[in-house]
Ligand binder design. Structure first.
Ligand code: FAD
Ligand code: NAG
Ligand code: NAG
Ligand code: NAG
Ligand code: NAG
Ligand code: NAG
Length: 503
């Protein structure tokens, strides 16, 4: 256990230091956030940024979607866990609200940014170091997955992380994490062996299976209610070359496509090295539905029976072939550029043709009837097939809070994505996303096809997450939260994000 730099900081000590620092600000405008920003600026001169500066703007807009560009009172960019600790003591001492941002990819406004609070931007916590025996890699929360894969590529190693390279490391791991390797090794978080965490007291601890083991368990899917993670140690796996690419199928081949998806959902576990991300993709501008799938195989022989039902369909384009994980994710960056407005929602079902057709038909019908004329609209559903082995791996590795029922696997964990360009359409799309999800959910329930678990990282505002982790796990998460953060710093002073106490 390391001791934080600042043993304590009170409103009085900070206020005493202020007059010399900020002479022209009138007393009337001084509030706890302003005090906290000034106190941090006093200690970390080159790491605190105010509105109007280039660095403030860069950090405030370091998000995937412009709906997350908000208006923090200032931005703090820690360079070490000790910096984070000092900031937490300052913010807690002054009761100043704050937000924490990793990669900035969770597309819910206010979940990783703040209006009027302090934004702790983890950009510069960018450690990346393979262990001497090459069995794990230590990664800072300022990293994106493509940087981790590129670092590991010369060693022929991979870790479990995002299937899209630009996504941030910390948010994905704190919600679980679905990887191309998940059917072999479980959630990405099942493969974390240590977390360095700044607790609400400012104390820095390392949680593993044997020390702070309750906190270790909670961080494998419990989100940001427990502390700020400043380092993740991730198990590495040998995977020097893979087969990967994207196939794009015209709407005329819809039936073959849906049959391939349903079959993969049911029989995909026969070969856990295979992974697919099939999607329905509706483009308003083209008045057209296309079917796409990322296809992946962990191996050198790309001609695999597990993927043959996909590769046999006549395609508009198919890039599936030999590559490396790092090269593949780098190549797909352009397809998922930032800058458009985004809403996600999750749905989950059992993996079979009936559930698939309910989701497909309802989604296509409702999108066509309601939003296909919205400027720049793209509406998609990605079907993530989740096998029994995926869930079994988590159990084998010591368990996680998600509590997914293995007896009912396999599943489809689906994410609906809506992207558009005009802020004037925000409310319309948000309302549509909620209503089409409710409609699909009701039909799945009526057909006995709705599954319980909803994946936090793909969810939209207001969806229930921890409620579906199971009563025992939720109670355990709440107790661990109370033990490590009795004052609810990471629940109330840092209000953004999915909170176990709100469930
Ligand atoms: C294009 C795209 C592709 C995606 N692909 C995948 C995929 O393949 N697999 C998958 O599982 N998910 C995927 N996701 C979902 C992704 O996991 C989430 O969006 C995730 O939250 C992103 O992490 P981040 O660090 O970028 O998020 P951020 O928005 O920075 O943070 C998310 C939440 O975590 C909190 N947080 C961030 N860092 C810390 C920290 N160090 N300590 C404590 N709390 C912290 C934030 O406060 C916030 O509430 C994808 C998302 C997008 C947009
Ligand atoms: C501001 O950002 C630039 C990069 O955009 C960086 O080089 C510089 O160090 C930052 N300034 C400070 C004071 O941190
Ligand atoms: C504190 O000041 C900041 C910066 O001026 C402002 O954005 C914020 O709304 C204020 N907070 C309160 C509670 O008044
Ligand atoms: C979109 O396509 C459908 C048939 O697929 C057609 O009925 C409809 O008229 C088209 N709409 C526009 C605006 O072109
Ligand atoms: C491929 O599709 C056929 C039916 O068309 C099915 O019997 C088979 O199980 C599928 N294979 C896989 C690996 O999904
Ligand atoms: C939709 O969201 C999922 C998961 O979070 C992501 O993997 C996928 O790339 C997104 N699709 C689009 C078209 O943005």
């Amino acid at each position: 256990m390391k001791l934080p730099i600042l043993a304590s900081l009170s409103l009085a000590t900070v206020s005493a230091a202020l007059p010399s620092l900020d002479v022209e600000r009138s007393a009337a405008t001084i509030n706890s956030t302003v005090l906290a920003c000034d106190a941090l600026k006093l200690v970390f001169k080159s790491q605190v940024f105010f509105p109007g500066s280039t660095n403030y703007t860069a950090e405030n807009e370091h998000f995937w979607t412009p709906t997350d560009y908000l208006s923090p009172a200032c931005v703090f960019t820690p360079k070490s866990a000790l910096d984070v600790s000092a900031a937490i003591l300052t913010l807690v001492g002054l009761k100043a609200p704050f937000a924490v941002r990793g990669g900035g990819h969770m597309p819910i406004p206010g979940y990783a940014n703040t209006i009027g609070g302090v934004l702790i931007a983890l950009t510069d916590l960018n450690t990346i170091q393979l262990s001497a025996d090459k069995s794990y890699v230590s990664v800072g929360p300022g990293r994106r997955w493509e940087e981790v894969y590129a670092y590991l590529e010369p060693y022929g190693l991979v870790v479990l992380g995002g299937r899209v390279g630009i996504v941030g490391v910390p948010g994905l791991l704190l919600g679980g994490g679905i990887s191309f390797y998940s059917n072999q090794h479980g959630f990405a978080s099942d493969n974390v062996i240590a977390y360095e965490v700044v607790l609400a007291t400012g104390i820095i601890v390392v949680a593993t299976a044997t020390q702070y083991s309750d906190l270790f368990w909670a961080l494998k899917g419990g989100g940001n209610s427990f502390g700020i993670v400043t380092r993740f140690d991730l198990l590495s796996y040998s995977s020097p070359t893979v087969c990967a690419g994207i196939t794009e199928i015209p709407s005329t081949e819809k039936d073959l496509f849906l049959s391939a998806v349903a079959n993969f959902g049911q029989y995909g576990s026969a070969d856990s090295k295979a992974a697919v991300i099939p999607s329905i993709f509706m483009l308003g501008s083209l008045n057209e539905t296309i079917y796409t799938s990322a296809l992946f195989y962990d191996g050198t022989n790309c001609n695999q029976p597990a993927l043959a039902n996909f590769t046999a369909i006549p395609a508009l384009e198919n890039t599936y072939g030999p590559t490396t994980l790092a090269t593949y994710v780098e190549g797909t960056d352009a397809l998922i550029a930032d800058g458009t407005r985004q809403v996600f929602r999750v749905i989950s079902s059992f993996a079979n043709a009936e559930a698939l057709s309910i989701v497909h038909d309802t989604f296509v019908e409702e999108v066509t009837a309601n939003i296909l004329n919205v400027a720049g609209i793209q509406a998609s559903v990605a079907f993530q097939p989740v096998t029994k082995n995926f869930i079994q791996q988590g159990i084998n590795k010591g368990g996680n809070p998600q509590g997914v029922d293995i007896t009912k696997a396999p599943y489809f964990w689906m994410v609906e994505n809506f992207s558009w360009t005009d802020p004037a359409d925000d409310a319309k799309i948000a309302a549509f996303a909620a209503s089409v999800t409710d409609t699909i959910q009701a039909k799945l329930v009526a057909a006995g096809q709705a599954a319980q678990y909803h994946y936090m990282n793909d969810a939209g505002l207001g969806q229930e997450i921890f409620q579906n982790y199971g009563g025992t796990n939720l109670a355990k998460l709440k107790a661990i939260r109370a033990k490590y953060d009795p004052l609810k710093v990471y629940t109330n002073l840092m209000p953004g994000g999915w909170k176990v106490d709100a469930a």
